[in-house]
Design a binder for this molecule. Structure first.
Ligand code: SF4
Ligand code: SF4
Length: 447
């Protein structure tokens, strides 16, 4: 009886919250199928395709089916990569449908006490608080530099972990000293004449484990002629919450960010992580029903720009000499940067401007690498299948460097390199780090 009423409740929520027009927009043409990694990897199963998932959501809404394990599995196996959106002739906003469906299911899910506790600790107690993120990163640094990591590898104790977690442990970047991560200023002056005033969205994970990439980003912005503000009251973008069925928490974080950035009076809000960017850009949709934040969220969303966009806008690649020793590189698109923000030209333009570098496109560079937030932890089998295909395409390019625009993609690429055993021949870097290297090498080369 309990589960029956829960089903009714979920169905009611599907009727109230799922956008009917969006569901009906899908004309079942199937144009999206060849773009969907889970459809292809699952041997073309309809339930693992965008069209199939939309049909399931609609069937739940119409009361034709209940949300059983198969429906949940179908939605959970979706990467949320949104590769189905740009190819859809009806313009179905699949990502929003998925987010809503997951949120409803999550809110009605019976969870064991430990799962509840972990979700609460991570979503509520950790990500929104930068100090706590830094403390966790501090412990990780201790593990990395104290000899514990070396000992763990030597003794093989980590073999108690599932293989995908062992792989992720090896892929983790070296965490910088806490002293360094605490040294972030709130204002930086442009190097040379000021051409723009921008704010930098530093992110939660980016500003701890990928702190050096954030430093590189600020340096590039300054070099391009930007005064850079980094509001200290900014917080996590909420993407992880929004994609994991914690929409209310995502809304709270969105509001905190809007307030923090409203005080800055800038031309643009720049970020360097595709996953965050697409979510920040969608704040106007997230808060569309909130009368006191609707207009403010629109103003916020309109200012969101990826680092590559603003650098190209300021002709950075033509004004600064960029060079590197001769090498072949390849670029793995960040799904959310490409499919959510429509940015794919600007990063390529910047890389092509580096003397000595040959950008060789891999086949299906726009296809998800299997990272997808924490998908690689929750769906390791599918994630690893997708990653193995990706690494084959990388290897066909003969590239020695994989460039990315998102920390999750970078970690997944490093995991792919570890998995393929190519660690001495291949590396993965963020575009910002590559560009700083190219600036420094370019300076030396021109004496
Ligand atoms: S391409 Fe768009 S309209 Fe066609 S099946 Fe896919 S989601 Fe539906
Ligand atoms: S978001 Fe990605 S994995 Fe999910 S249905 Fe669309 S293309 Fe497939």
């Amino acid at each position: 009886m309990t589960s029956f009423s829960k089903q009714q409740e979920m169905q009611l929520k599907f009727q109230q919250q799922m956008d009917e027009e969006e569901l009906l927009n899908c004309m079942r043409c199937g144009f999206c199928l060849p773009s969907c990694p889970t459809y292809l990897e699952s041997g073309q199963q309809e339930t693992h395709s965008p069209r199939g998932r939309i049909a399931l959501m609609k069937a739940v809404r119409d009361g034709v089916i209940e949300i059983d394990k198969d429906v949940e599995h179908s939605l959970n196996l979706c990467l949320g990569c949104r590769a189905c959106e740009p190819v859809c002739p009806s313009g179905v906003k699949y990502g929003r449908l998925l987010e809503e469906a997951r949120d409803i299911i999550q809110q009605h899910k019976k969870q064991s006490f430990p799962v509840k506790l972990i979700r609460r600790a991570v979503f509520k107690g950790l990500f929104p608080y930068q100090r706590r993120m830094r403390s966790v990163a501090g412990w990780l640094r201790f593990y990395q530099i104290s000899g514990l990591q070396t000992a763990a590898h030597k003794t093989g104790i980590l073999k108690v972990l599932p293989p995908h977690l062992q792989l992720m442990e090896r892929a983790l970047p070296k965490v910088p000293r806490q002293q360094k991560t605490n040294s972030r200023l709130t204002e930086y002056k442009a190097i040379g004449a000021t051409r723009k005033r921008v704010a930098f969205f530093s992110g939660c994970l980016m500003d701890t484990m990928f702190f050096n990439t954030n430093e590189a980003t600020i340096y590039l912005l300054r070099l391009a002629g930007c005064d850079v503000v980094t509001p200290s009251r900014q917080t996590c973008c909420g993407a992880l919450h929004g994609h994991s069925g914690e929409k209310n928490l995502a809304k709270q974080l969105a509001k905190r960010n809007i307030v923090a950035f409203e005080e800055t009076d800038v031309d643009a809000i720049v970020m360097n992580a595709g996953g965050c960017g697409a979510f920040l850009k969608d704040y106007d949709h997230l808060l569309k029903d909130d009368p006191s934040f609707h207009q403010r969220s629109e103003a916020f969303s309109q200012k969101i720009k990826d680092l590559s966009e603003i650098l190209v806008e300021l002709d950075f690649h033509q004004r600064v000499h960029l060079a590197l020793p001769e090498q072949i590189i390849t670029y793995q698109d960040s799904c959310h940067l490409r499919n959510g923000m429509g940015v794919h030209h600007a990063p390529r333009l910047l890389m092509k401007a580096i003397a000595g570098v040959s950008l060789r496109e891999m086949k299906d560079a726009d296809r998800c690498c299997g990272s997808a937030g924490i998908y690689n932890l929750l769906q390791p089998n599918m994630s690893m299948h997708i990653l193995d295909h990706k690494m084959t395409e990388v290897s066909n390019t003969l590239a020695t460097t994989i460039v990315t625009s998102n920390p999750g993609c970078q970690l997944q690429m490093v995991a792919g390199i570890e998995r393929s055993g190519d660690t001495s021949k291949l590396s993965a870097v963020h575009l910002a780090d590559l560009l700083v290297e190219a600036v420094q090498y370019g300076k030396k080369a021109s004496g």
